[in-house]
Design a protein around this ligand. Structure first.
Ligand SMILES: CC(C)(COP(=O)(O)OP(=O)(O)OC[C@H]1O[C@@H](n2cnc3c(N)ncnc32)[C@H](O)[C@@H]1OP(=O)(O)O)[C@@H](O)C(=O)NCCC(=O)NCCS
Length: 155
C-alpha cells in the first residue's frame, strides 16, 4: 500500500528529520540538478510503499494567478519506480489543491521525461502553449524554458 508521510517543514525548520529525507531523496532523484529550495513549494510530501520514504513531491499556488496551482518537483528513488508512486503523488497534490480552492493545476516536464509525461497523461493532463507570464511564474531556469513541455488540468 502506498502512503503519504507528512512533515510540517515550516514548523520543524532546517535540520528536521523530514527535511533530511527530502534532501536525500532529491539528491538521489536529481543528481545533476541544483538542490531543491524549500520555498519552491507550499507543501512538500514524502511518500512510500514501505516504511522509510521512497519518493517526494511538492505543490504551490501560483502568485498573482488566482485559483491556479503548480505541481513542483517530484522524484521517486530509482529502485522504487514503475509501481505508480508518481501517479499517486499527482492525485495527492490535486486533492490538496482542491481543498485549498484551486481550480487548475499546471506543471512542466523536460521534453525527454517520458515517464513523467505518461503519468501526467494518465492523470488527465493535456499539453498547452504557455504565455510568457506563466513561464515567468513557474520556470526556474530562464534559459531553458523552450526545452520544456507544459501541462494543465482543470481540477
Ligand atoms: C519520473 C518519475 C517521478 C516517475 O516515477 P514512477 O513512480 O516510476 O512513475 P509511475 O510508476 O507513476 O508511472 C511512470 C509511467 O511512465 C512509464 N515509464 C517509466 N519509465 C519509462 C521509460 N523509460 N520510457 C517510457 N515510459 C516509461 C511507466 O510505464 C508508467 O507509464 P504508465 O502510466 O503508462 O503505466 C521517476 O522516474 C523519477 O523520479 N525520475 C527522476 C526525476 C524526474 O524526472 N522527476 C520528474 C520531473 S519533476
Amino acid at each position: 500500500m502506498i502512503k503519504a508521510i507528512y512533515y510540517n517543514f515550516n514548523d520543524n525548520g532546517e535540520g528536521s528529520e523530514g527535511e533530511r529525507w527530502l534532501r536525500y531523496l532529491d539528491g538521489r532523484c536529481f543528481p545533476d540538478d541544483k538542490p531543491l529550495r524549500l520555498e519552491d513549494a507550499f507543501e512538500w510530501v514524502l511518500v512510500t510503499s514501505k516504511i522509510t520514504p521512497e519518493a517526494f513531491c511538492g505543490w504551490r499556488p501560483i502568485d498573482n494567478m488566482p485559483a491556479h496551482a503548480f505541481l513542483s518537483r517530484a522524484g521517486v528513488l530509482p529502485e522504487a519506480r514503475g509501481q505508480g508512486l508518481q501517479k499517486f503523488m499527482i492525485d495527492l497534490r490535486e486533492d490538496a489543491m482542491r481543498k485549498a480552492g484551486q481550480v487548475r493545476s499546471i506543471t512542466y516536464t523536460e521534453a525527454y521525461s517520458v515517464a513523467s509525461m505518461r503519468s501526467l497523461m494518465a492523470c488527465g493532463y493535456k499539453p498547452f502553449e504557455p504565455t510568457k507570464a506563466i513561464v515567468h511564474k513557474i520556470v526556474v531556469s530562464k534559459d531553458r524554458w523552450k526545452q520544456m513541455v507544459y501541462w494543465k488540468k482543470s481540477l
